[in-house]
Design a protein around this ligand. Structure first.
Ligand code: NAD
Length: 257
């Protein structure tokens, strides 16, 4: 399939799942706008390299997804888009009664409210073209819960609900909105947690991955950023034109338990 002529904006796409999705969309022919909150030469170089590798236009635009005005300015600066991927996200783990208020506010802002702002900003342009795809990166934690992740789980359940509402408000207009719900994906974010877990549990790397991190993922295998990218490309395809307002789990069976 080709997404040539389509412009995609992927929030939080300098690493991990966002970069995997941007790479998959570029490989399918889409022009891509990468984003994070930093504005370093290497951010712009990352976009230039991705564009050169796939023969598409690729730009990097800095914008802090914690700031609603910056979310809307990102869309305006990019000139709108055909494909919006709301991916930026952070995590903090603490018991509810000790959860830092600033962390709660930041997680709700970055993981949930940013998608409200960016989606509101892209819909008029998508309606004018009669085509659009909004792909929200939720989580298995958008469908199930775990202790000590209250803000993340509230935000990801919110993303699933937001996706359904956007789908209803755009139904029949050539626009779809869905949420991808990954289980554990081995990104830099997750990789950084492995040494601590090895120390805490006194286990080697392979055991901590299988018996601690992937305990709830029946396949006992990480999903990959390529697989999440491929799922996003599928949601942008004609085959997915009637898939809207739903979730697609890429979680090795986690939510089947
Ligand atoms: P990551 O840390 O590798 O990537 C997160 C990206 O978001 C980075 O590019 C980072 O710079 C950017 N970002 C962070 N704060 C931002 C801000 N304020 N404004 C703009 N950009 C910001 O993490 P990841 O694992 O690739 O996670 C990406 C998304 O996938 C998140 O929404 C996360 O909740 C979700 N997810 C991850 C997993 C997993 O196992 N890795 C599982 C399910 C869902």
């Amino acid at each position: 399939m080709t997404l040539a002529g389509k412009r995609a904006i992927i929030t939080g796409s300098t690493s991990g799942i966002g970069l995997g999705i941007a790479t998959a969309l570029a490989a399918a022919g889409a022009d891509v706008v990468l984003n994070s909150f930093t504005d370093r030469p290497e951010d712009h170089a990352l976009a230039a390299d991705l564009g050169a590798a796939h023969g598409v236009q690729a730009r990097y635009l800095a914008a802090d997804m914690a700031d609603g005005g910056a979310c809307r300015a990102l869309i305006a600066q990019a000139g709108g888009c055909d494909i919006l991927v709301n991916n930026a996200g952070i995590q903090h783990v603490a018991p509810l009664d000790e959860f830092p208020v600033a962390k709660w506010d930041a997680i709700i802002a970055i993981n949930l409210t940013s998608a409200f702002h960016t989606t509101a900003a892209v819909l008029p342009g998508m309606r004018a073209k009669g085509w659009g795809r909004v792909v929200n990166i939720a989580s298995a934690h958008g469908l199930t819960a775990s202790p000590y992740k209250a803000a993340y789980i509230a935000a990801k359940h919110g993303v699933v609900g937001l996706s359904k509402t956007v789908a209803l408000e755009t139904a029949g207009q050539g626009i779809t909105c869905n949420a991808i719900c990954p289980g554990y994906v081995l990104t830099p974010l997750i990789e950084a947690q492995i040494p601590d877990q090895m120390k805490t549990h006194g286990m080697d790397r392979e055991t901590v991955i299988r018996e601690v991190m992937l305990l709830r993922q029946p396949s006992r295998q990480f999903a990959t950023t390529d697989q999440i990218g491929g799922t996003a490309v599928f949601l942008c395809s004609d085959a997915a034109a009637q898939i809207t307002g739903t979730t697609i789990s890429v979680d090795g069976g986690w939510t089947a338990l």
